[in-house]
Design a protein around this ligand. Structure first.
Ligand code: HEM
Length: 603
């Protein structure tokens, strides 16, 4: 028998253990240590207990007498380790994988790049294995034959919920809004239907295309000015074309895609490209007040994305709130979240008032916010009873608009940059691409004749390049799901609540499915060269019920930008021996890509 109260015999540190258990979860103080491992297990896993326990620690005089109580901490620590390995070695349905350490799990074997490590573990343990991120067991799937259940279209799937920290997202209420983080089926279905309607609406897509053209003219203006500055020309009397200009394409694209998303979501001009230009040029261009406001908003959105990542990787309420330096990040993120929600609320209310008395046909329906505010008036969007669909409230609109920044900026910008990288690295591919672009959109063709239909349907080689690039640089590289009910994968029974991760990054390089998997060969996606089924092994946009809703928009953005670029400019890498800076811990993001632009000469 083991008496917990004996741990706290020093009267100065005595406190009431039963106070740790709320919700009538009192347990006897006398615990038989071996037989009650399950109780200890519940005790340590139950976060309410941990929160109360830590509050008592902090508030009590126990902390003041720390040196005398080190033995207590040591005993608790030993119990914790014992319990950890007991649970680990007696876990049901063990999968192959490295042995974890208490508290940090396999993080010490994973190191600084999760994606590289997953590929190493795949070599060692096979296509299905388990890893511990802190104390959470994750099951990794690295073979296309294992992921059918994750990417099914059936609404009865066990894999509906994306596995992300539920505690953190619940705290923000994000588990019931928007789409990406939404775990509530009805709310997700309603939002997804509306976003799908918006993003497959040809009017909206054509509006996006026109916005890309406009922004491309704007970005060229900045490049020409910077080029002139670099050539020491008089700023007011300079060349109207780029003879040779070196730029960080990735940094410019980040601003381009952000301005595009802001433009199309709110119908307002955004200024992040202008702000970037100002940071590089001696000649400040635009009204500084607007740039500052725009930069503030964009910074807040970027902080919001970091907030999401923070919430995912730091699921414990207690650690987020009280452990430095994480508690400082937590405060900063909370403050930002409040600011951002107020800002969205202000914009939504202002626009609601503006359009209140305007009929639907007079609205600028290319703008996503207008579309969301008027879904209940749309003729072609009806509820299951045939009646008009329920209007979206402010919080629902906020959730859906955020998706454009959470899901639609980093992905599009990285893939666009990686396409430029691979095309420039492979001169024969570049030549074929330029031939194709020139044949559909010759230089003499006015901008207005670069149409949506031609762009989407008449560039098969370009499509193959996009597929091949996304195979080699998949972003997002993983698709995590939380298992709703016990299920079977690859002959293993996986228990309810487990996190199962389809690793598209590893699947796309699997040597059993791809010939020369690490080589860039766009031809493999031309149907006369490879069986079409290969496209079904490609999970760039996920698949099934929770596959990407922005696929068409993403393709349109990337193709328009790159057609305009390659049609006019000779693009090359500044240094062919340097790789595009790509890997972060979890994403295949392109963070820097130095390219040289020259205006193309008539051949
Ligand atoms: C090249 C660009 C893009 C790529 C590669 C991409 C990829 C993906 C992938 C792989 C998923 C599924 C993840 C999973 O299975 O867990 C996904 C989901 C999603 N994507 Fe995209 N995406 C891109 C652009 C966009 C854009 C422009 C939007 C616009 C809003 C968007 C909105 C979404 C949303 C809302 C989801 C969640 C769908 C759901 O949970 O039902 N994506 N995307």
């Amino acid at each position: 028998m083991f008496n917990i109260s004996a741990l706290f015999t020093n009267s100065a540190t005595m406190f009431n253990i039963s106070a740790l258990f709320t919700n009538n979860e009192s347990i006897p103080l006398q615990i038989p240590i071996v037989n009650n491992l399950t109780i200890l297990n519940n005790l340590f896993i139950n976060s309410k207990f941990m929160n109360n326990f830590s509050n008592l620690f902090i508030n009590s005089r126990f902390i003041n007498n720390l040196p005398q109580n080190l033995d207590v901490l040591l005993i608790l620590f030993i119990i914790y380790i014992f319990r950890f390995y007991f649970i680990y070695f007696t876990r049901p349905n063990p999968l192959p994988g490295p042995i974890p350490l208490p508290i940090i799990g396999n993080l010490f074997q994973i190191g600084f790049c999760l994606l590289n490590s997953v590929k190493k573990f795949q070599l060692k343990y096979g296509d299905i294995f388990e890893l511990y991120m802190f104390s959470e067991r994750n099951i990794w799937l690295c073979n296309p034959s294992l992921v059918d259940k994750l990417f099914t279209n059936s609404t009865k799937t066990n894999f509906f919920c994306r596995a992300l920290s539920t505690n953190g997202f619940k705290e923000l209420g994000m588990d019931k809004v928007g789409i990406v983080f939404n775990r509530d089926f009805d709310s997700w279905k309603y939002n997804r239907r509306i976003l799908n309607y918006t993003l497959t609406n040809v009017k909206v897509l054509k509006g996006y295309m026109e916005a890309v053209k406009k922004l491309f003219i704007e970005i060229e203006g900045y490049w020409i000015d910077l080029n002139n500055e670099n050539n020491n020309n008089n700023h007011n009397n300079n060349s109207k074309d780029i003879n040779e200009f070196v730029l960080d394409f990735s940094q410019w694209m980040r601003r381009f895609i952000t301005d595009l998303a802001l433009n199309m979501n709110f119908g307002d001009h955004a200024f992040s490209m202008a702000g970037y230009f100002n940071s590089l040029s001696k000649y400040k261009k635009n009204p500084t007040h607007e740039i500052i406001e725009s930069e503030k908003f964009i910074k807040s959105l970027v902080t919001w994305v970091k907030h999401m990542i923070f919430m995912t990787f730091c699921p414990s309420n207690f650690i987020r709130r009280y452990v430095p330096p994480l508690c400082f990040f937590h405060l900063k993120f909370q403050w930002n979240y409040n600011w951002l929600t107020n800002e969205f609320s202000r914009i939504i209310q202002k626009r609601t008032q503006e359009i209140e008395n305007v009929s639907l046909d007079k609205l600028n329906t290319h703008d996503v916010l207008d579309t969301l505010l008027t879904v209940n008036k749309a003729q072609d969007l009806k509820g299951s009873n045939g009646k008009a669909i329920k209007p979206m409230d402010e919080r629902e609109i906020f959730g859906v608009l955020l998706e454009f920044f959470v899901a639609g900026v980093e992905t599009v910008l990285s893939l666009t940059c990686f396409i430029v990288y691979y095309v420039c690295k492979h001169p024969s591919v570049k030549e074929k691409l330029i031939q194709e672009i020139d044949s559909v959109f010759p230089a003499t063709l006015p901008l207005s004749d670069i149409t949506y239909e031609k762009l989407m349907n008449n560039l098969p080689y370009f499509d193959a390049i996009i597929k091949e690039t996304s195979r080699l640089k998949t972003n997002p590289p993983i698709n995590p799901r939380e298992l709703y009910e016990q299920d079977e994968i690859g002959g293993y029974i996986i228990s309810k609540g487990s996190t199962v991760i389809a690793c598209a990054d590893a699947i796309h390089l699997h040597k059993n499915y791809w010939e020369n998997p690490n080589e860039f060969i766009p031809e493999r996606f031309l149907s006369n060269n490879y069986p079409l089924s290969m496209s079904q092994k490609l999970f760039t946009f996920g698949g099934g019920l929770r596959g990407c809703v922005g696929k068409q928009l993403a393709m349109l953005e990337m193709k328009t930008i790159l057609v305009l670029l390659f049609r006019k400019y000779d693009v090359d890498l500044v240094n062919h021996n340097l790789d595009a800076k790509d890997k972060t811990y979890l994403l295949n993001s392109c963070n820097s890509l130095m390219v040289r632009l020259k205006i193309r000469k008539e051949e």
